[in-house]
Every structure is written in C-alpha cells, then in structure tokens.
Write a protein that binds this ligand. Structure first.
Ligand code: HEM
Ligand code: HEM
Length: 134
C-alpha cells in the first residue's frame, strides 16, 4: 500500500470511531428517556463503553503512527488535532472512571457530562482532522 493511500486509513477509521462514540452516547441518554427499554439500552451501552475507550486510545496511537509513517509533511504531535485528541481521551477516561461508581447519585450525575464533553471534543477532533487530511 502506498504511503499516500495509507494516510487515509486513520481518517476513515476515525470516522467509524466517532460514529460509534455518538451511538454509545445516544444509548446512555435514551436509557433515561425511554423507560421501557432502559435495561436493554443500558446493558448495550455498558458493553460498548470499554470497547469504545479502547478504540479511541487505538485511534490516538494510530494517528501518531500514521503521521510518522505516511505524513512526512506534518510535524509529529504538533497539531491542534493531537491536543483535542488528548482532551477527548481525558473526557472519555472520565466516563470510564465514573462508570465504576454509578450507584452514588453525584457520580451518576457527572458521568453523562463527561460523555457529552467527549462528544463535543470528537466534533472538534473531526474538524481539526479534516484540516490536515491529505
Ligand atoms: C473523523 C475523524 C478523524 C479524521 C478526519 C482524522 C484525520 C487525521 C489525519 C489526516 C491525520 C494525519 C495522519 C494521516 O493522514 O493519517 C491524523 C493524525 C492524528 N490523529 Fe486523527 N483523525 C480523526 C480521528 C481521530 C481520533 C478519534 C483520534 C483519537 C483521539 C485521532 C488522533 C490523531 C493523532 C494523535 C494524530 C497525530 C497528529 C500529529 O502527530 O500531528 N484522530 N488524523
Ligand atoms: C460516550 C458518552 C457517554 C454518555 C453520554 C453516557 C451516558 C450515560 C447515561 C445517561 C447513563 C445512565 C445513567 C442513569 O440514568 O442510570 C449511563 C450509564 C452507564 N454508562 Fe455511560 N455514558 C457515556 C460513556 C460511557 C463509557 C465510555 C462507559 C464505560 C467505559 C460507560 C459506562 C456506563 C455504565 C457501566 C453505565 C451503567 C449501566 C447500568 O446501570 O447498567 N459510559 N451512561
């Protein structure tokens, strides 16, 4: 695979991860509004959460690897996209940590806000990612 084509692997995988993030967030929020489906939606949300976190960590490392291997025109780790990526990881890490103590009301209130921050940061991630897309 040429470096030029290879440079598109991360952005395309990035779109998939961001769509999955939005879907996971929507499951959590729908669980609050759709009472009847609550148990099923929450179970799916809780199952996807750790997978999502793993995929975002992999995307971050994959982006760096992709830049190193295929984008000699970019300075490694110098973009706004790298920094929003770190913020996204911190926000989603907040979701993962708070998910462990959801039986406490204060933690239950904070958990979705970490997720909402992650969704907003993911939008910024796409925005800054498109600016450096070849
Ligand atoms: C729609 C989503 C995304 C787009 C369009 C996108 C686009 C890009 C592009 C074009 C690059 C340069 C390397 C290459 O061409 O392969 C890059 C690098 C990178 N991406 Fe993404 N990306 C997206 C999602 C993500 C996600 C979800 C993460 C992880 C949180 C991430 C983290 C990184 C990092 C850390 C780099 C290295 C940047 C540097 O060294 O300056 N990206 N991305
Ligand atoms: C992506 C953004 C996210 C949003 C907006 C979000 C939102 C929510 C909401 C609204 C609830 C229901 C709280 C309630 O009323 O009972 C919930 C529950 C939960 N979330 Fe998230 N969440 C997100 C990400 C995550 C992640 C990344 C994880 C795990 C790493 C996770 C794990 C859980 C777990 C385990 C529950 C409890 C499920 C149960 O009670 O059976 N969430 N989330």
């Amino acid at each position: 695979m040429s470096a030029r084509v290879g440079a598109y692997v991360h952005p395309v995988a990035g779109v998939v991860v961001v769509v999955l993030l939005a879907y996971t967030a929507s499951l959590g929020l729908r669980a609050r509004s759709e009472r009847r489906l609550r148990a099923r939606l929450l179970a799916r949300h809780a199952r996807l959460g750790p997978i999502l976190l793993g995929l975002v960590v992999a995307s971050w490392l994959g982006g760096l690897l992709s830049t190193w291997l295929a984008r000699h025109d970019l300075e490694l780790g110098a973009s706004a996209h790298t920094r929003t990526g770190v913020a996204l990881l911190v926000a989603l890490g907040g979701s993962a940590v708070t998910a462990r103590w959801l039986d406490r009301p204060i933690v239950r209130a904070v958990h979705p806000w970490c997720g909402a921050a992650a969704v907003l940061l993911a939008a910024a991630q796409v925005f800054f990612g498109l600016q450096i897309t070849p």
